[in-house]
Ligand binder design. Structure first.
Ligand code: SIN
Length: 318
């Protein structure tokens, strides 16, 4: 914990990821172990960290320490509760969360759906481990802090490689490049430049969610919602099997403008007749399903399959 006399506080929550990764070899950017270094050590080891956050009181908390491919609902529940509790404190300016790149877009969208606060919640990450010859995590963490300290920042965003993305739009688009994220047709919200934030938009109209992290049911009881893919030869058997296993919701990563094969459609309609909620998203990486008025299955309103899954899951909770 770093303390100053300031009344403005930033809370930094660690969850693991490559940003906290370590390898004994400095030139190893793929075989390292993710989630090895605690958040306070990571931050303290950044040159210039102290002066970057001058005037702010910092509090560190290790909520989890995982490779984000293993992110789970229990961690989401714990994380959302910590965010909700901290953000409600009058002296807290905002929150920074370090996270693995692989599922950061899902966590960002989840938090955006359960944290009804205008204060900034800034997720950041890295594509190279902390032990790399030239790690990207330290700059990304400083950039995330710059965003949290900016008066215009609000809501849940993701910062990586100098670009600020909205939780709704951000997508990991590259498995290796440092600038691995994109906001598609929406474009970035802002860029970070030498500790300053240059916004691409005017005043941000933040739509706050109805749901509150503190009233979520216990994560063990969250509804089971899966994603199925329409692809050549998709025959719907996977849907039938999931229904047999008691699935409550299904998101279909559809081809093109929300289309599915006849066989998959037959299985989906059968699933719906048994009470399973189904939503269509597109597997295209840009754009959204342009819906037709009499569509049998509702579309995801522009959400990607993974985010549509989060939205459907939350909509199925009491
Ligand atoms: C992870 O997602 O935790 C590992 C990969 C990364 O952070 O880039």
């Amino acid at each position: 914990m770093i303390d100053t006399n300031s009344s403005r506080k930033i809370v930094v929550l660690g969850t693991g990821g490559t940003i906290a990764g370590y390898s004994a070899l400095v030139n190893d950017n793929i075989s390292y172990d993710a989630a090895q270094i605690d958040i306070e050590t990571l931050a303290r080891n950044i040159q210039g960290f102290k002066s970057h956050v001058e005037g702010f009181k910092l509090a560190f908390e290790q909520v989890a320490q995982v490779d984000s491919k293993d992110m789970d609902f229990a961690i989401w529940e714990a994380l959302a509760r910590r965010v909700a509790l901290h953000i409600a404190e009058p002296d807290v300016q905002g929150i920074v969360i370090t996270h693995g790149t692989d599922t950061i877009e899902e966590t960002a969208y989840f938090l955006r759906s359960v944290v009804p606060s205008v204060k900034p919640v800034v997720l950041t990450c890295a594509m190279r481990p902390a032990s790399a010859l030239s790690p990207d995590g330290p700059q990304n963490l400083l950039d995330a802090l710059s965003v949290v300290m900016d008066d215009k920042a609000c809501g849940v965003v993701v910062v990586c490689a100098g670009v600020v993305h909205a939780a709704e739009h951000v997508q990991k688009i590259h498995p290796y490049r440092l600038d691995a994220f994109n906001s598609g047709e929406a474009g970035p919200l802002a860029w970070t430049e030498e500790g300053r934030v240059r916004w691409s938009v005017g005043p941000i109209a933040l739509a706050l969610p109805d749901r509150d992290a503190l009233s979520l049911p216990e994560s063990g009881s969250w509804p089971q919602v899966e994603i199925v893919l329409n692809c050549v030869g998709a025959n719907g058997k996977v849907v039938d099997a999931l229904v047999t296993h008691g699935i409550q919701g299904l998101v279909v990563a559809c081809t093109g403008n929300g289309t599915v094969s006849d066989a998959l459609m037959a299985s989906l309609l059968r699933a719906m007749s048994q009470g399973v909620k189904v939503v269509r998203a597109t597997r295209c990486s840009l754009g959204r399903v342009v819906s037709i008025p009499d569509a049998l299955i509702p579309d995801s309103q522009g959400l990607s399959p993974v985010k549509a899954r989060v939205a459907l899951m939350l909509s199925l909770m009491p």
